[in-house]
Design a protein around this ligand. Structure first.
Ligand SMILES: C[S@@+](CC[C@H](N)C(=O)[O-])C[C@H]1O[C@@H](n2cnc3c(N)ncnc32)[C@H](O)[C@@H]1O
Length: 346
């Protein structure tokens, strides 16, 4: 990822180390949401106006905890040359977990070091670009991994889907959604499944995980649909999706949304599925909604472990403790990590 260009800041920068950390801590402890749908919607509106309507004079605004709005200029199509050459693709948001904003973990690669040290220090989000590596002279894309033919990926996806449906994990999840578990009841009126960071089906390195996790999403949709309460929509967001992923997922009934649009779909009627995502999904969700169900990993505040990109936080812990029942679930940890199902209490 590469940062979009910093254009302006609506207020002077305070003494970052002292003042900004104090402001962040105070705001956090007072319960101020750091991520809001309004802020995400405003970023989407500005991005659409630039990308779709060609408004090249427009910038993308992000407001910080200190109330200052920072504006970013997009850089699509820009070529960055160094030891390798990259072309900047569509914009996306980079989400800063509380640990990053408080300087406890490294700033994100795309923003570092400026986001943390200077104008963007109080921002919970910044604007970045995905990039493709290209051949310096031909400008052709050099994929990080070979993309298999569509049919091969499709056949494998179906095979992993069958394997998942024959597994204990599938049976366990089904009984939770059918209410046979006894301990919990999935609320009525759930009509959406929203998935984050399940990875590309096209990359051999994670194909089995990614295929099994998308198969799980489709099963959750089927479990909900079987309740006869109408059509259940399925959305997935991952900037790693290749054109072939989008085609295959679309055919199977999953609509791919570009970052950050899937967050706008997360609400009280959703099931969120997020397994080892490369962004702090749990902290964003804790601020924007109380989904009916979340299927995500369960490391706690003290066990950041490998989940550095999606650390939990006091706020996530409080949300889970107060509003959710954690349901044990027997499944293949190699495919789904240390995942639990969280069902809203009411
Ligand atoms: C460690 S991989 C995990 C992939 C898969 N879930 C697995 O368990 O193998 C992290 C994934 O998060 C994705 N990711 C990064 N930024 C994201 C964003 N803004 N929205 C959704 N997914 C994102 C990455 O592209 C990548 O596929």
């Amino acid at each position: 990822m590469f940062p979009a260009t910093f254009v302006s800041r609506s207020k002077m920068v305070d003494d970052i180390d002292g003042d900004c950390y104090t402001k962040i801590e105070k705001a956090y402890n007072a319960g101020m949401p750091f991520f809001t749908k309004a802020a995400i919607r405003e970023a989407v509106r500005a991005i659409d106006s630039i990308v779709l309507d060609g408004r090249s004079d427009e910038t993308v605004p992000i407001t910080g905890i200190d109330g200052a709005t920072v504006s970013f200029r997009l850089r699509m199509g820009e070529i960055i040359s160094g030891s390798s050459t990259f072309i900047l693709k569509q914009p996306l948001l980079c989400y800063h977990p509380i640990e990053m904003m408080m300087g406890l973990i490294e700033p994100c690669g795309a923003c570092s070091p400026s986001a943390h040290d200077h104008e963007c220090a109080c921002l919970p989000m910044a604007v970045c670009h995905e990039a493709d590596k290209i051949d310096r002279s031909t400008k052709e894309i050099i994929h990080y991994f070979p993309i298999s033919p569509k049919l091969k990926i499709q056949v494998e996806f179906l095979a992993y889907h069958d394997k998942w449906r024959a597994s204990e994990g599938f049976d366990g999840l089904k009984s939770i959604f059918e209410g046979q578990d006894g301990a919990v009841k999935v609320p009525h009126g759930v009509n959406k499944v929203v998935a984050f960071g399940l990875g590309s089906l096209a990359w051999w390195g994670q194909r089995e995980n990614s295929a099994s996790q998308h198969a799980l999403v489709l099963s959750v949709r089927d479990f909900l649909q079987a309740r006869g309460l109408g059509k259940v929509a399925c959305y997935a967001q991952d900037p790693d999706y290749q054109a072939v992923d989008k085609e295959i997922l679309n055919l199977s009934g999953i609509t791919v949304l570009d970052d950050p649009r899937a967050f706008l779909e997360v609400d009280e009627t959703s099931v969120v599925v997020s397994i080892h995502p490369g962004l702090p999904v749990r902290q964003v969700v804790a601020d924007i909604a109380r989904p009916a169900v979340m299927i995500w990993h369960r490391d706690t505040y003290k066990q950041l472990g490998p989940q550095k990109a999606d650390p939990t936080s006091p706020r996530v812990e409080q949300m889970l403790e107060k509003h959710y029942v954690e349901v044990e679930w027997d499944f293949d940890h190699k495919l789904f990590g240390d995942t639990a199902v969280y069902v809203r209490k009411i």
